[in-house]
Ligand binder design. Structure first.
Ligand SMILES: NC(=O)c1ccc[n+]([C@@H]2O[C@H](COP(=O)([O-])OP(=O)(O)OC[C@H]3O[C@@H](n4cnc5c(N)ncnc54)[C@H](OP(=O)(O)O)[C@@H]3O)[C@@H](O)[C@H]2O)c1
Length: 430
């Protein structure tokens, strides 16, 4: 049996699970017919307690040692972040080593450069674990769906935000309370920005956009909104209208090219995504031949992520000389502007509870070519003389909606425009 030698950059949540599976599985041959041997692992702090025991000769605080050891065949990068991961991956690829990474940030921001380095040196860079944790999604898009033109990818791709939104929905709880609880239970980081503001989902949709559509979008060109504005009321009102609310990351063809977007959306209760709850993830892929497919599972966690990392490692170990179906070879689509997006909208506003208000609001929307599908007056505060109005529109252009929103905000009768949430449309349901 052939032995393939690995170097590990990072022995944290994911790295520990990778090392443990190899050490405890006696080389983790799995069903692959190759044996893995961990040769060197880099960490920052040697004194930190870890869930895996590695001999002192195996561990170093110098990650450059891992990428320069000639005997190492594959480097597994699970340290995260852009620096020094970018330089280390580049160096490994340039010195003839294949790299398996779980690092969405470096792949979203610098993936083109890294893939070019790999191509130049005949090495492979694969990163299944960077999107959807344990869910196989990049390899199915690259390989199994190769006969398809991919038309749309929509995903619930951040477990932390899905956990928070699920609890808000089921308990009617406030965002701040659920976030604090999620932090206490370890579902959210002490600094939750990357998750709740949508950066993590944005990195993942950028990676999917490049892989499935050949489009390399600069991360700051992708429309991004987090979940901080969602209120328990929105869940209550959305449910009355037949929807729930999810943080959606999407990459879809439209007339302008490829539109990439990350924002909370109303999702109809009768589609598969509506019932993806807690920290689970789901990626919906629509190909022209296969139609819609749904990939669902654990989007994070040590063992599920190690499953994806080690799957990549064993695939390379088994076929080190294959090309490794990687990038899309289709003509890249232009990045389409968010202003060209079309969808229905949910508008929640606090308005003066008096005659003539609806006519004023309807005129602003009408002037912006937006037609109203329904208006419901929800909670009223008679003492304050105001009420919640929830307006559902027909499909409208984002540019028109943004114009209407700023004009609605300037109306005297609109006390607050509390939320504007886009509605996902589906030509299929389950
Ligand atoms: N956690 C998940 O469920 C999950 C799921 C999918 C993808 N990912 C991705 O996988 C990567 C790793 O995530 P993680 O959760 O395992 O992170 P983590 O627990 O913070 O582990 C990072 C590891 O890298 C080491 N490290 C960081 N900078 C280093 C440096 N400059 N030199 C040497 N070692 C360094 C750390 O050393 P010390 O231990 O000494 O601090 C630690 O062992 C990230 O890109 C993440 O986005 C994670």
């Amino acid at each position: 049996m052939r032995t393939v030698k690995l170097g590990l950059l990072g022995v944290g949540v994911v790295g520990s699970a990778v090392a443990k599976a190899i050490e405890e599985g006696d080389g983790l041959t799995g069903r692959s017919g190759v044996r893995l041997e961990l040769v060197k692992a880099a960490v920052r702090d040697l004194s930190k307690p870890r869930s895996v025991e590695l001999g002192p000769d195996l561990v170093t605080t110098d990650p450059n040692e891992v990428v320069s050891l000639p005997e190492i065949d594959i480097v597994v990068e699970v340290m995260g972040g852009e620096d020094p991961a970018f330089d280390l991956i580049s160096k490994a690829l340039a010195s003839g080593k294949h790299v398996v990474s779980a690092n969405k940030e470096v792949l979203a921001k610098r993936g083109d450069e890294l893939l070019a380095t790999a191509a130049q040196h005949g090495t492979k860079l694969v990163y299944e674990a960077s999107v959807g944790g344990g869910i196989p999604i990049l390899n199915p898009i690259s390989d199994d769906l190769l006969a398809n033109r991919i038309d749309s990818i929509r995903a619930i791709i951040n477990g932390t935000t899905n956990y928070i939104l699920t609890r808000m929905s089921s308990e009617g709880a406030a965002y701040d309370d659920v976030l604090a609880d999620a932090q206490r239970l370890g579902y959210a980081e002490a600094d939750p920005t990357a998750d709740v503001d949508g950066f993590d989902a944005l990195y993942k949709i950028a990676i999917l956009g490049r892989l499935a559509f050949g489009t390399s979008a600069a991360v700051d060109s992708i429309h991004r909104e987090g979940i901080g504005r969602i209120d328990a009321k929105d869940f209550r009102y959305a449910e009355e209208l037949g929807f729930t609310i999810k943080l959606i990351a999407a990459a879809q063809r439209n007339d302008g090219g490829l539109l990439l977007r990350v924002h909370p959306s109303l999702v109809p209760l009768d589609v598969p995504m509506a019932s993806v709850n807690g920290a689970l993830n789901m990626v919906e892929v629509e190909g022209d031949l296969v139609g819609p497919l749904w990939f669902q599972g654990p989007g994070a966690g040590p063992e599920p992520t190690a499953s994806a990392v080690l799957g990549d490692v064993l695939r390379i170990a088994r076929q080190p000389d294959s090309n490794g179906a990687e990038q899309s070879t289709t003509e890249p689509l232009e990045v389409a502007p968010m202003s060209g997006h079309r969808c229905q909208y949910y508008i929640r506003l606090t308005a003066a509870d008096k005659p003539g208000v609806l006519a004023l609001i309807a005129k602003v929307l009408g002037d912006a070519s937006i037609s109203i599908r329904s208006v419901i007056q929800m909670d009223a505060d008679e003492t304050a003389g105001q009420a919640d109005l929830v307006i559902m529109t027909h499909s409208a252009l984002e540019a028109n909606m943004q114009e209407a929103v700023s004009r609605l905000r300037s109306l005297d009768v609109v006390i607050e425009l509390d939320n504007l949430i886009r509605v996902e449309s589906y030509s299929h349901s389950a």
